[in-house]
Design a protein around this ligand. Structure first.
Ligand SMILES: Cc1ncc(COP(=O)(O)O)c(C=O)c1O
Length: 340
């Protein structure tokens, strides 16, 4: 099977698995696992934050951030289709007891005026807004990039409005490499989560980054959530190796572009609109849910797995376990599935 459902399906390569065998270990609950400590330091230096904390998942990093930035009953500004709002099993209302306020966006980019107006509107009857939560890359928009300078402007506005800015950067390395932006994310947000376990190719783990004070508090919440672990350097060693290989992500962008261009050039039979946002995904937007599901079934019959991102849209996610020789098979499967 060629699995294009997500980049979370990637399996660790041998060189990544081998790191675990030689990792120096200690008890991370005592702060004594040298491999974890090195990874946290490496990430905070790389991205310009004071400190970092290794957490089990992207969800855990996002939800710890909401717990710290908010108080019960407060509001978090986000896009209507963000992961933190829609795909985290209601964790924000369960844990932080916050609600989300959706704002308009184009490919994950929220207009500054839209944020300012939302604050003006919220004065008397509405809850206090305490956090702005951005997502980069923006999954539901096809893995689109929120430009570094735009986030910087939102951060400046957030300081004027006295709210925190969190970035769900599960796939932030795609944005950084593709945009060739500054790595200094520490200067444009209060907290950032990124995942080792998606296209980077590690089996487990995410990093949460912020100020020293923020990470001190995050460590306590990680414990409360059952995320305090012991000789976790076994996993951190693999995450570290996966991060060292991050330039490889650009190959996934090239694979996605290859398929997108072919479908665009030979579009006679296409029953979908195409969307490609310069990273690792191609979206096929169908007229309705039935057509989208039918297409997924037909692809599956040809050994190609894909998934629905919303009721009309099929997503194809390119990752390291998709080989260049698979691209022709994928294109052929799509062409023949488009002919009804
Ligand atoms: C944009 C985004 N944020 C957060 C997450 C959550 O990551 P995890 O599955 O590690 O909890 C995901 C997972 O797919 C994601 O796509």
């Amino acid at each position: 099977m060629i699995d294009l459902r997500s980049d979370t399906v990637t399996k660790p390569d041998k060189d990544i698995l081998e790191e675990a065998l030689s990792a120096e270990l200690g008890d991370d609950e005592y702060g004594e696992d040298p491999t974890v400590n090195q990874l946290q330091e490496k990430c905070s230096k790389l991205l310009g934050f004071e400190e970092a904390l290794f957490v089990s998942s992207g969800l855990m990093g996002n939800q710890i951030s909401l717990l710290i930035h908010n108080t019960p009953g407060s509001e978090v500004i986000t896009t209507s289709d963000s992961h933190i709002k829609n795909y985290e099993h209601g964790a924000a209302s369960f844990l932080s007891r916050v609600q989300f306020r959706e704002v308009e966006h184009v490919n994950g980019v929220i207009d500054l005026g839209e944020i300012a107006t939302t604050f003006e509107k919220s004065k008397v009857h509405k809850p206090n807004i305490k956090t702005i939560a951005l997502e980069n890359t923006h999954l539901a928009s096809g893995g689109s990039i929120v430009p570094f300078n735009h986030i910087k402007n939102i951060y400046e506005l957030s300081k004027q409005l006295n709210v925190s800015l969190h970035i769900d950067g599960a796939r932030v390395w795609h944005a950084i490499l593709q945009e060739d932006s500054s790595l200094n994310y520490g200067s444009i947000c209060d907290s950032l989560t990124f995942c080792f376990s998606k296209a980077l190719g590690a089996p487990i783990g995410s990093m949460l980054l912020g100020s020293r004070e923020f990470i001190k508090e995050a460590r306590e919440y990680r414990k409360i959530l059952g995320g305090g672990t012991r000789q976790v350097g076994v996993i951190a060693s693999m995450a570290s190796k996966a991060l060292d290989k991050r330039e490889r992500l650009l190959e996934d962008h090239t694979k996605a572009k290859n398929v997108y261009k072919a479908l665009l050039d030979d579009n006679e039979n296409n029953e979908f609109n195409l969307k490609y946002q310069n990273t690792n995904m191609v979206f096929l937007e169908f007229e309705n849910n039935e057509n989208a599901n039918h297409f997924i079934e037909k692809l599956q019959n040809q050994q190609v797995l894909s998934g629905l991102i919303n009721k009309n849209t099929v997503r194809l996610v390119f990752h390291k376990d998709i080989l260049s020789e698979d691209l022709e098979t994928i294109k052929e499967a799509i062409y023949s599935s488009s002919k009804s």
